[in-house]
Design a protein around this ligand. Structure first.
Ligand SMILES: Cc1cc2nc3c(=O)[nH]c(=O)nc-3n(C[C@H](O)[C@H](O)[C@H](O)COP(=O)(O)OP(=O)(O)OC[C@H]3O[C@@H](n4cnc5c(N)ncnc54)[C@H](O)[C@@H]3O)c2cc1C
Length: 404
């Protein structure tokens, strides 16, 4: 039998890579290897519906073993790829095997960043990345008397919302001068600050965590201003680290992730990479790191095409979403460089879209509880069309018809 295409990482990007290879009519052997003990599953609900106990675990699963078998995709779970020999075209596995590949796809994702500060090994300090993490946090929230969330990014805020909904006092500690500073504009940061405050969450900005205190179990978080924030559950949500070491160790070009082009090609012609483990070199030379389901899916589609010699560049506008309390934020496009904004709808009623323009060009749209605007925004951005500011603000104007 001929050597398989091997996909390393059995989650969002890895699954999509394998299924897209089949969709692209690749009919040779295909093997997906993942180190988790689960069939490929989605992570977004881990800080939303699943954490809130509103979603069963089987609904997290993206594709079960039977569905994969039907597509002749072999799946190995609970096994780590420990090394790559590019000359021999082999991967080494944690179970001692060595397998030869015809081509390789890296979809190793990322892991939660931790804070190596005094007291970091106390029980009750958790991060969120896996099903097991989410379950542990849900159980701990139920038992906690006070919750400290370190990090005011999307995952931290979603956890804060879940703990607050469970009736627990919550403090969010953020080192920067506003929430969501890395991913959102000041207007959106202010909106979420007020949303959380209205639910009783205590938000501390410009506050640096210096350590954790407790006796075996955590009882508080110390900060640079000399304060101690008491809490018997601490969840750290301070970003991710791309799992790029496997690529780096075998000499594939990396810089804050495995460097890929718009077609998900790495510096090795036999190896593509997709998802959280990558940093994409865009046409203008900048390195773009996106951590989202859309990025994982689109890069995987591009990578599958590249492996069979087709050019399918990922050029679609980025999109993302977050659920907190009764608010769904949906973001489309990238806001960098905007010089004006227009509001459609009502911020007070928590039902609005914010349009970001550079001159007359639409760059991005953030929608709060306005799903149709988000759909239209993605179409407009992908088509390179911009409404005028007046059209954007006018709720009677059909944005979707402009996109057609
Ligand atoms: C709590 C949470 C909430 C999120 N919410 C949203 C959201 O609302 N919207 C959104 O767009 N995105 C969200 N994201 C981000 C999104 O889930 C990720 O961008 C996406 O999962 C990336 O998929 P991936 O396949 O690249 O990586 P991962 O999902 O990290 O999968 C990589 C897999 O590879 C495995 N692996 C790593 N190294 C090896 C190895 N050497 N051998 C074998 N297996 C290996 C890993 O264990 C993992 O199973 C969220 C993420 C988290 C954690």
């Amino acid at each position: 039998m001929s050597d398989p295409i091997i996909v390393v990482g059995a989650a969002q990007a890895g699954l999509q890579l394998a299924e897209s290879l089949r969709a692209e009519s690749y009919d040779g052997p295909l093997l997906v290897i993942g180190d988790e003990h689960h069939a490929p599953y989605q992570r977004p609900p881990l800080s939303k519906a699943f954490l809130l106990g509103e979603m069963a675990q089987d609904r997290l699963v993206l594709r079960g073993p039977e569905a994969l078998a039907a597509k002749e995709i072999d799946l190995i779970t609970g096994v780590t790829v420990t090394g790559i020999d590019r000359n021999a075209r082999t991967v080494n596995l944690s179970d001692g095997r060595s397998l030869t590949y015809r081509a390789l796809a890296l979809a190793t994702g990322s892991r939660a960043r931790t804070l190596p500060l005094p007291g970091a090994d106390l029980a009750g300090i958790l991060v969120l990345r896996t099903i097991e993490d989410s379950r542990r946090i849900a159980e701990s929230i139920a038992k906690a008397s006070r919750v400290v969330v370190v990090g005011g990014g999307f995952i931290g805020l979603e956890i804060a919302a879940a703990a607050s909904k469970a009736g627990k006092p919550v403090v969010v500690i953020e080192a920067l001068e506003r929430l969501l500073a890395r991913t959102s504009t000041p207007i959106i940061s202010k909106f979420f600050h007020e949303l959380h405050t209205s639910h009783g969450v205590d938000i501390r900005l410009n506050t640096q965590v210096t350590g954790f205190v407790g006796d075996a179990e955590v009882s508080g978080v110390t900060t640079a201003d000399g304060a101690t924030h008491t809490g018997d559950l601490v969840v750290v949500g301070v970003g991710i680290i791309p799992n790029a070491e496997l690529a780096q160790e075998c000499g594939i070009a990396c810089d804050r992730g495995i460097i890929v082009d718009d077609c998900s090609r790495t510096s090795d012609p036999l190896i593509v990479a997709a998802g959280d483990c990558t940093a994409r070199r865009t046409a203008d030379g900048t390195l773009l790191r996106l951590e989202s389901v859309q990025n994982a899916i689109e890069q995987a589609k591009s990578g599958a095409a590249a492996l069979i010699g087709k050019e399918r560049p990922f050029t679609a506008a980025p999109w993302f979403w977050s659920d907190q309390y009764d608010v769904r934020l949906q973001m489309a496009g990238l806001t960098a460089g905007y010089d004006s904004t227009v509001v459609r709808g009502s911020v007070e009623e928590r039902k609005f879209s914010l349009f970001y323009f550079k001159g007359e060009k639409l760059l991005a749209v953030d929608s709060v509880n306005r799903a149709p605007d988000h759909t239209a925004a993605r179409r407009l951005l992908d088509a390179g069309r911009s409404p005028t500011p007046e059209q954007a603000a006018d709720e009677k104007f059909s944005l979707i018809s402009l996109a057609k």
